[in-house]
Design a protein around this ligand. Sequence first.
Ligand code: DGT
Ligand code: CA
Ligand code: CA
Ligand code: ZN
Length: 585
Amino acid sequence: MSRNDEVAALLEEFADRLEATGVEYKPTAYRRAAENVREHTAPIENLAGEGEDAVAEIDRVGDAIASKIVEYFETGEIEELEALRSELPADIGALTAVEGVGPKTVGSLYEALGITTLDELEEAAEAEQIREVSGFGAKTEENILENIPFAREARKRTRLGDARPVADAALSYLDDLDAVASAEVCGSIRRWKDTIGDVDLLVASDAREPIVEAFTEWPEADATIEAGTGKASVRASGTRVDLRIVDGGEFGAALQYFTGSRAHNVAVRNRAIDRDLKLNEYGLFDVSEVEDPDAGQRVGERVAGETEDGVYEALDMEPVPPELREDNGEVAAAAAGELPDLVETEELRGDLHTHTDWSDGGFSIAEMIEAAAERGYDAHAVTDHAAGPGIFGNTGLDEAEIAEQAEAVTDAVDAVDADIEVFHGIEANIDAEGAITTDDETLADLDIVVASPHSALGQDPDAATERLIRAVEHPHVDVLGHPTGRIINSRPGIAPDVEAVVAAAADAGTAIEVNANPARLDADGDTVRAAIDAGATIAVDTDAHSPRELDNARYGVHTARRGWAETADVLNARSSDEIRAFLDG
Ligand code: DGT
Ligand code: CA
Ligand code: CA
Ligand code: ZN
């Protein structure tokens, strides 16, 4: 979130709280100001640094609001907002997300029943207390109760694995329309962020109306949110899908702009300004001979805009892969011609973490090997769950069962008779103290040991750090599986000191897994980057429980790319001989 977004959200909260206490007119002024702060292209923190007058230059931001914004940057809070918060200590954002509950309702329900959270709102509605409050009735109470689950869901961002298929389907639908010259996904989807606010699509065409019409008639759309001349939004599978239509000559500039992130765009735009160029969603313009570059969107001489690569090249930069566009050093690297040569999905040569029906998978060893061979993989590891903490019932294998499975794997390899190297391993458990809960002798006989935390996922960060360091230093552990145990939108997992863990992993020659299951994406991009900087190896594995889940590999690869992973950093992008050498080492 940029600081502009952050301040806009604060102003919106301010508006809601004023409204909840019965103030008139002022809330509207705060909401308008919020909108303009969000849209403003200059970073608000810079303006605030220059003082109130600079902030008040933003449209619809008056002196009073400007002084509050400056106060926020100087002191870290806004006194008047803090007063409003203590006067009405309710989570107004969560409560107003319930359809039919506005700021005024929040105020009344706090006053009458002391409601501050969604849970309390639900309890009160279930106890039929709300219908007793003046101005409310049984019908209102029923509506509130009905809408709470949706509000809970809607406040979450959509997982990449849920949104990406929607984006792919929308894109292929648009691509098939005659009027569409080119189409691309943009926004956070194109950057492969692990969660998505909404899906953004961009189309080049000179026939806008038929495209908007066709888009709103897309069979997979559940509802049209809005339809204008150059843009439209629909809802599909619970996600908002935004479409923008531009002229072919401006497609590259628009693609660059709407891919974001905002922070990356600010950095690139500043580079343009340094070169007497003006960059916006319409193109890159030479404004060195122009008196007022802000006189219009397309002033100056167009130097790029048809293709995105052309925009970067005209700024003396290598084109920046979307996954890197987070303003984390990629602009300087691109300018120096030093961008990493990122790993690609097609370069994976095997999967080193998969399950079968010997533990909680749904398919036989042979079926999983066949599926891997069909994908063209050279290597495949069978790593069912070992019994231990966090593994439900008797799904996990004990030492005797692991020995038995070794023979079954040999038999399956003979039966399948495919040109693929199969490793027999286990997904062992790291207990709360960092011990591996399978016997050493058993681990020593295996080709590969993936060790993962499955229990005590609420432990404190120091304990988690010690735990993972001990696990990666275990002599038989080859790969640290899903390091935090997070489930996106559901549980945060442990929060170890990442630098310390990856340094230990690098020293011990233990690979860090990017678990490609879209509910996990664990390690995340930041951890991958720290791991590579520390000299550790990355394994991109699907943790597949079925042949179909082997297709999740792309989510893992793009997450690794967000961590600047090159082909050479990734264990399973190597030949099966090299993988074996790593595992034996
Ligand atoms: P999301 O949807 O929350 O996961 O994140 P994004 O990055 O997809 O953001 P979104 O959908 O609001 O806008 C898509 C991109 O368009 C964003 O990454 C940058 C660009 N963009 C949109 N509105 C603005 C704006 O007001 N200022 C700037 N600088 N960029 C914008
Ligand atoms: Ca978006
Ligand atoms: Ca959007
Ligand atoms: Zn697993």
